[in-house]
Ligand binder design. Structure first.
Ligand code: DX5
Ligand code: ZN
Length: 226
């Protein structure tokens, strides 16, 4: 599979209509990946869906899946999402017992391996294992819900992680998720993000296609300013 170039825009289907998922997936066909938020009511205080639903989303989506697991015990559950064909599977560092072994397993199955950290988790915990990952997700809200405000204090951590990754020769993608909109995307791009999740800013727009194009444009401009 040829991989989409940066800046990548990944709409979060957490803001889609869950009973019209096929139609709402078709509406984001011009985006890069469909961002799929799996929540278990334990790691985060919200519940979405599990592998059975994601398997149908995988069969239905016009674009590849970027699965974001906000669940306990990803060591046990994450490989199943790679096996059902998700292009990318991201688990939380805070929840994993053996992040390196899990990343290797995901890559062996054929998926990109991603690791996520919450706003309060330091980035340096990842420095020595950056090589094991294809994507690092720096959460820009507390995980659990769409429609929250972007936390700008996460930006220095993102910049430091990107610098450390490049210093070590890693070409991992850097993703931001939470509160990404026309008003915030440029500062995340300037801090080094190249992959942008947006839920309410995409699904809440009058024209989804225009919203995706607008976010891409502003991310490009933010990257040039940095
Ligand atoms: C939040 C999820 C996000 C969420 C983002 O825990 O991980 O993917 O859908 O929604 P917005 O873009 O509305 O902040
Ligand atoms: Zn997410």
């Amino acid at each position: 599979m040829s991989l989409p170039a940066a800046p990548r825009i990944n709409p979060s289907i957490l803001s889609a209509d869950f009973v019209n998922m096929q139609a709402d997936l078709a509406r984001i066909a011009t985006a890069d990946f469909a961002h799929v938020d799996v929540m278990d009511n334990h790691f985060v205080p919200n519940l979405t869906f599990g592998p059975q639903m994601v398997e149908r989303i995988q069969a239905t989506s016009p674009i590849p899946l970027d699965v974001h697991l906000m669940i306990d015990d990803p060591d046990r559950w994450a490989p199943g999402y790679a096996e059902l064909g998700a292009a990318s599977v991201t688990f939380h560092l805070e929840a994993a017992s053996d992040p390196v072994a899990l990343a290797r397993r995901l890559r062996d199955i054929g998926s990109r391996a991603g690791v996520a950290i919450k706003p309060g988790t330091a980035g340096d915990a990842l420095y020595d294992i950056l090589d094991e990952f294809d994507q690092v997700l720096v959460m820009t809200v507390e995980p659990g819900f769409g429609g929250q405000g972007f936390i700008p204090e996460t930006m220095p951590k993102l910049s430091a992680l990107v610098a450390e990754a490049r210093r070590r020769g890693s070409n991992a993608w850097f993703q931001v998720d939470g509160g990404i909109s026309d008003a915030t995307i440029a500062q995340a791009a300037a801090a080094g993000a190249d992959t942008f999740v947006a839920g309410s800013a995409v699904y809440g727009a009058d024209s989804i296609e225009a919203a995706i194009a607008g976010l891409r444009e502003r991310a490009r401009a933010g990257n040039l300013e940095s």
